[in-house]
Design a binder for this molecule. Sequence first.
Ligand code: DGJ
Length: 570
Amino acid sequence: MKSWILFWVISSLLFVHANAQKSALQKQGTATQLTVDGKPFLILGGELGNSSAACTEDIERIFPKLQRMGLNTVLVPAYWDLTEPQEGQFDFTLTDKTIEQARLNGLKVVFLWFGAWKNSMSCYAPLWFKEDYKKYPRACTQNGKPLEIASAFSENVYQADSRAFSQWLRHIAAIDREEGTVIMIQIENEIGMLEAARDHSQEADALFYAPVPDELTKYLQKNKKKLHPEMLRKWEKQGCKKQGNWQEVFGEDIYTDELFMAWHYARYVERMAQLARSIHDIPLYVNVAMNSRNRKPGEYPSAGPLAHLIDIWHCGAPHIDLLAPDLYDNGFTGWVAQYKLHNNPLFIPEIKLTDDDGVRAFYVFGKHDAIGISPFSIEDGSDSPDAPIVKSYRTLRELMPLLTRYQGKGVMEGMLFDQENRESIFIQDDLRIVCRHYFTLPWDPRAKDGSAWPEGGGILLRLAPNEYIVAGSGIVIEFEKVSENQGKMQALGEDGFAQAGGKNGETANRKAEWKGARCGIGHVDEVQVNEDGTLSYIRRLNGDQDHQGRHVRISTGDFRILHVKLYEYK
Ligand code: DGJ
């Protein structure tokens, strides 16, 4: 009897623990995966506009649309001012409605705690907090101008923010621990100082001229080989000092002000994160506005978890799982590459809502083993079955068992093309795989009608030697042996014949003597990916559809999954 009771106690404890871990992060090869209900999961998400979860009617109206759009996750603000309208009095109506509607519409939720800071500012702090600026002081500029940015150095600010945050999280834990609808929490929103690179209040100044915490200098020494290159350069320039105030250790410039401020924001967030972990243990992240367009710290929100500050944030806030970029500027591929680091998985909580987001999603899952992507103000997008994001998410949802099986194993590539960047070449085994934008086909009239090319992109997944999955939209791929790059025919028309006659009646081919093996397309099948990752045949694409065995393609606007078998001949 006793052992039965012991068994019951242990298994209930394990059960409670398992439920507490409904969503978690785990490593697979070089990838960090988000698991939900015990299975790897890709966030096919969308973030609501800032004021779109501020009344129950809007939530009820919007969530069914998100389901029609094919999202599996919605990112939803949780507003401090509406959660604690009177000091100490909490109202969780909006949170309850969000969770209820998410469940009804088959969605997971990532909540965004709009607490002390939202886009640097403290506009979501309740009025009782804002008015009591003596108790809840503000950051200020060098000339003493107070900002509507609560001070990161004030214990009162932290106490008020964290009390609301923890009451709210306790409520979520109570209603959602077992079901696990809420899969991640973002703490604050786009933290950062504006107008100045750091707070210049008396409290801030005192710490700025005090020694850099040992914890940080020890971290830099211990991780010297792995530091972000900009961090290392800055520290090395001062002789890799182990002691001294911020200017002595890092130099006297605006970027040192930023490092200092980043440290203190990170410490604040770390306290929030530890609190969160003790209440409801799910993945936590911090999002960040980009330092783009040549702006300096303070012109962009200084000291948020930017790539060049990642070491400060990792050391200062070890309970934060990932630092996540919000992408609104040009140069998408460059930005995402900065945030997929050996010590930071890529999650894009916000990206400007455009028709290109559909192919960009393929790119980040294929190229960077991303955890997820989420266009901003998603409710403004189209829920037509023909909208690019809807088609993209439908295809990615189907692909998820395959993508999650192969993440982190070095067998996936992502591709993304536009009018300027038209081609990527991958070398795998003894193959050169030439991938291009669909409009590079010389016969496609849309390539030359003057309009901007929609982006094309996709995933190339090597299942085995000479066997690939190609998925995405607006791409064309040729496979050839590495040794085959000789004696090319001139450009071919859609019929596969020379587009125009060669000079003096010669084809390029006649000149070089051929050597070695060639690679041919065995077959290209459009397939469906089943829940267990197996493939079901839909149709063979041959003849005109693979250019008589010359290439594999998915036209612009179409999203497909193709299974490609190659073979060799001499
Ligand atoms: C980034 C912020 O994180 C969002 O809340 C929103 O303000 C967008 N910018 C743009 O409107």
